[in-house]
Design a protein. Structure first.
Length: 144
């Protein structure tokens, strides 16, 4: 029978603490998602289902579920959409919609253009404007 070691290394505790903090961050940001992405993340984060279990329920491959969930996690934790929300007073409704589609949902510029019935170039210019507004406000906040 294996004995549980009483002296757990501090680096192991640090890793567990970071992972726990990441899970808490994901739980707080789950309400930003909608549709299938929200269902997948709820199954993964809240109910702690494995990729295999989720794949069986959805009827897709395990690797497909893993790629999709990892992509959602990366988009939720990178903070670009959250920076846009912090600067929502400087962005128009159109810019916030494009930011959500691109930074949170993960749509390509071409798909956003089709969805929003705008040109690809208009979407690209809008994303460049959003980045410049967010970067300028981040620099101002950092200099204070």
């Amino acid at each position: 029978m294996k004995r549980i070691h009483v002296n757990i290394p501090e680096e192991t505790l640090d890793v567990k603490g970071r992972r726990r903090g990441g899970i808490d961050l994901l739980r707080r940001r789950l309400n930003l998602l909608a549709g299938t992405d929200k269902v997948l993340m709820t199954m993964y984060v809240e109910h702690e289902n494995s990729f295999r279990q989720i794949a069986r329920v959805c009827g897709v491959s395990e690797s497909n579920v893993a790629r999709r969930i990892n992509g959602i996690i990366n988009r939720l934790t990178d903070g670009q959409y959250m920076a846009c929300l912090r600067n929502r007073d400087k962005l128009s409704r159109w810019q916030l919609a494009v930011a959500k589609d691109y930074f949170l949902i993960g749509l390509s510029m071409r798909k956003i253009a089709g969805k929003r019935r705008r040109s690809y170039y208009n979407v690209r210019d809008t994303l460049n404007e959003i980045r410049s507004i967010v970067n300028a406000s981040e620099r101002r906040a950092g200099s204070c």
